[in-house]
Design a binder for this molecule. Structure first.
Ligand SMILES: Cc1ncc(COP(=O)(O)O)c(C=O)c1O
Length: 410
């Protein structure tokens, strides 16, 4: 990279792209407008080219085989769960793809709390849906940052049932030390449940190696599963037998087609299925998962660290002097694949980037312009160009000319 005096140049970014072993993956995604800099793949990932064939194949099976299609479809939540498992350090038969993160969290946390007394621990900065679900489960919720020492301090002398944290914080991008948090939770006698929504497909996750107990996560972000793609859930093998879903649906029953008088859970993680899974949406998850598995998470995570590192270097070079502060850890091993750029006028700046500069990030309250940089679809030149357009836009006061009215989607 360039020396500090000269500063980073676009040639530096192009050199990084030329040396990037994952560069060719971009060609396997739809990039309808090369001039549009899409840095919101941590909200909705780009569409893989192969998704069209996957959806067409599903439509063909539906048309030709009709209800007979269920002979194969019925296994998909578990089959696609197994395809996803290597991305999160899960073993076979431990992961299911179904429902939303919200519903999966309700099912897993509800099942745990039915078997254990004690409080629940969650971060006050946790993604809202997680906080709302945990509040609704009726236990006292103790606030702690997602760090081992904070957890020990918050819970000293308390009986703790369950600890729920995001592995990568949705706003700051901070990556938790999953092994240290898991060890602290277990010292307290609690189980630990990870929300992997911003971690899966962006960093190396080793659920078994870090003694995790349960997990949930999104597939529409870094897994490129499409808008509203079903989420996943994971339960450590060995834990499952004691757990019963609080939504005891027929797809999770041992005797689904016996239509018996009462519910008995299916063996294994399948008991956490509820109603009929959405096959069209499940079909769309496979191409993105397959590409990440092929590329390998070590390489994907390494590129994520490099992309975010470039964004941080450009923040220091251009954006800090323009009034931004960095809201993301500088340690590359302590962050995911998005960067939080904090600015008092972040909302108007985000709108101006979208409306006037052809850069698509998103805004998170109160003051974050969030740049998501998925490794398979983001080039180093994209990062350079997005930061340059951001610098120029703020310098020209373009953000002062946008409508500041709140919008339904931010
Ligand atoms: C960390 C986190 N958890 C949960 C969710 C919500 O997921 P869902 O809408 O699938 O319930 C999101 C959505 O962006 C998220 O970022």
């Amino acid at each position: 990279m360039a020396d500090a005096v000269r500063g980073l140049t676009r040639e530096d970014a192009l050199a990084l792209d030329a040396a990037d072993p994952l560069a060719a993956y971009r060609e396997r995604f739809v990039i309808a407008d090369p001039e549009l800099l899409y840095v919101d793949g941590n909200s909705l990932g780009r569409r893989p080219l192969a998704t069209a064939d996957a959806l067409q194949a599903l439509a063909t099976t539906w048309g030709e085989e009709l209800v007979g299609g269920w002979e194969s479809w019925i296994a998909w939540p578990a089959t696609i769960g197994d395809e996803l498992a290597p991305l999160i350090g899960a073993g076979p038969g431990e992961t299911l793809v179904c429902d939303s993160v919200t519903v999966n969290l309700f099912k897993l946390a509800g099942a745990v709390l039915a078997t254990r007394p004690g409080v629940v621990v969650c971060s006050p900065d946790e993604f809202p849906t997680d906080r709302y679900v945990l509040d609704a489960l009726g236990r006292e919720v103790v606030a702690s940052a997602p760090e081992a020492e904070a957890l020990r301090a918050a819970c000293a002398g308390r009986e703790v049932a369950l600890v729920v944290f995001s592995a990568v914080d949705y706003r700051s991008g901070a990556l938790a030390d999953m092994a240290a948090v898991g060890a602290a939770a277990h010292e307290l006698g609690a189980l630990v449940l990870w929300d992997l929504s911003h971690a899966v497909g962006s960093v190396e996750v080793d659920l078994r190696g870090t003694d995790a107990d349960l997990a949930v996560g999104c597939t529409y972000k870094y897994l490129n599963g499409g808008p509203g793609a079903p989420a996943f859930l994971w339960v450590r093998g060995g834990l499952i037998d004691g757990l019963t879903s609080p939504i005891p649906g027929w797809f999770g029953a041992a005797d689904q087609f016996d239509m018996g008088p009462s519910y008995a859970p299916a063996p294994g993680v399948a008991r956490f299925l509820a109603g009929t899974p959405p096959m069209v949406a499940l079909a769309a998850i496979r191409p993105g998962v397959a590409m990440l598995a092929e590329a390998g998470m070590p390489a994907v995570a390494a590129k994520g660290r490099a992309l975010t590192g470039l964004a941080i270097a450009l923040h220091d070079q251009w954006l800090a002097p323009a009034g931004f502060t960095l809201g993301t850890p500088r340690d590359p091993w302590a962050r995911g694949a998005h960067v939080a750029l904090r600015h008092p006028d972040a909302w108007r700046i985000t709108r101006a980037l979208i409306e006037r500069a052809r850069v698509v990030p998103d805004f998170r309250k109160p003051d974050v312009v969030r740049l998501g940089l998925p490794a398979l679809t983001t080039s180093f030149a994209d990062v350079f160009d997005a930061c340059e357009r951001l610098r120029d836009l703020v310098a020209a006061g373009e953000h002062e000319r946008v409508d500041p009215a709140p919008r339904r989607v931010t």
